[in-house]
Design a protein around this ligand. Structure first.
Ligand code: SF4
Length: 95
């Protein structure tokens, strides 16, 4: 039996999106001026962060794996992050 790949294991997880609130808020000016934006894009294993066409940092919070890596590399004040509301966010199955 072949073991599942990382992507196959992640695909078994369940995501419940909190449509009423984003649990990640970015201070766009600070993210740009401190270089935090590029670090967030590089570090997030779920690809939550990307550069939008207007140069701002887009946040696809529904894909967040709540690993906390972004908090470890963000300059102070750049991110406001809290866990998704109860019943929302990722529910791990395999990976
Ligand atoms: S907590 Fe992890 S998965 Fe979620 S946005 Fe931060 S780095 Fe990405």
């Amino acid at each position: 039996m072949n073991p599942l790949t990382l992507n196959q294991r992640l695909a078994t997880d369940r995501f419940v999106t909190d449509e009423s609130a984003c649990h990640i808020v970015v201070d766009q000016e600070l993210a740009r001026s401190t270089g935090t934006a590029q670090r967030l894009i590089a570090v997030c294993p779920a690809g939550v962060y990307s550069l939008a066409a207007d140069g701002s940092l887009a946040v696809e919070y529904a894909a967040c794996l709540v690993c906390g890596a972004c908090l470890a590399v963000a300059d102070p004040g750049t991110l406001t992050w809290h866990y998704p509301a109860g019943g929302c966010g990722v529910q791990f199955r395999e990976g």
